[in-house]
Design a protein around this ligand. Structure first.
Ligand SMILES: NC(=O)c1ccc[n+]([C@@H]2O[C@H](COP(=O)([O-])OP(=O)(O)OC[C@H]3O[C@@H](n4cnc5c(N)ncnc54)[C@H](O)[C@@H]3O)[C@@H](O)[C@H]2O)c1
Length: 247
């Protein structure tokens, strides 16, 4: 990855932060964005990356953030389209406002960033890699996450269609489907459910008998961005410790 320009959305926390660190270690130049200005400043200061505030659901903010990243990186070679939110609610209780917010960030946001970056890649003509964050929740219907699950399934078909249309521009597009990864996103959910619940969940449903780490997912991003995945496009990589293999 030496010398490559990498944009990581949601690069200030959890999986995105670990991924920014991983790409830096691989010799890439990295630009992070998030909807939390203080977290962006802290990440820029601690890692020496470029960064900017952006709510990915807002098209004007996406346009200026992608332009800033493009200028700072000297062209975006790899997009880690990672920003996302989860809200937990039984299907019967999901409000329209909650549904709209989860769709706006996870699906509309992923689309807006991917389109802005892909346009630049096509214009520059040197190809590229786009990695969209889905989830095992895009492949199976975990209870209490109907809106989240629907966005992550949407990301999978967005990914395949982008791969079909962008292949001739030498742009590879793939999705990642992590399972249960220990990050701030689900720490609150785990705290609300109690240690017994999380311990039993891991024991019963994950063959490798542990939660995933942000570094586990960063490694998958790094593989799919690398030339080792040069013939891999239009598909998804599951990083779940075997969870989907359990009947
Ligand atoms: N943690 C898991 O178990 C897990 C499993 C599968 C998929 N995922 C996905 O991985 C991605 C990262 O999750 P995480 O667990 O690291 O979460 P996290 O909460 O630790 O980090 C999320 C990041 O996204 C940013 N973000 C949130 N909303 C944004 C917005 N509107 N605009 C710009 N940035 C925004 C946050 O500021 C933060 O930097 C998400 O898309 C999530 O759905 C997580």
């Amino acid at each position: 990855m030496a010398g490559k320009g990498v944009l990581v959305t949601g690069g200030t926390s959890g999986i995105g932060l670990a991924t920014a660190r991983r790409f830096l270690a691989e010799g890439a130049r990295v630009f992070v964005c998030a909807d939390d200005a203080a977290a962006v400043d802290a990440t820029v200061a601690s890692l020496g990356v470029g960064g900017g505030y952006c709510d990915v659901s807002r098209s004007e903010e996406v346009g200026s953030m992608v332009a800033a990243a493009d200028a700072w990186l000297g062209g975006i070679d790899v997009l880690v389209n990672n920003a996302g939110v989860a809200q937990r609610s039984p299907f019967l209780d999901i409000t329209a406002a909650s549904f709209d917010r989860v769709v706006a960030v996870n699906l509309r946001g992923a689309f807006l960033v991917a389109q802005a970056v892909a346009r630049g890649m096509v214009e520059r003509g040197r190809g590229g890699v786009i990695l969209n964050m889905s989830s095992t929740n895009g492949l199976g219907g975990e209870e209490d996450y109907a809106h989240y699950n629907a966005t992550k399934a949407g990301v999978l078909l967005l990914t395949r269609t982008m791969a079909v249309e962008l292949g001739t521009h030498r742009i590879r597009v793939n999705a990642l489907c992590p399972g249960y990864i220990r990050t701030p996103l689900n720490a609150a959910i785990a705290a609300g459910s109690g240690d017994d619940f999380v311990g039993a969940y891991i024991r019963d449903r994950i063959p490798l008998a542990r939660a995933g780490s942000a570094e586990d997912v960063a490694g998958a991003y790094a593989f799919l961005a690398s030339d080792d995945a040069a013939f891999v496009t239009g598909t998804e990589l599951v990083i779940d410790g075997g969870q989907l293999a359990v009947m």
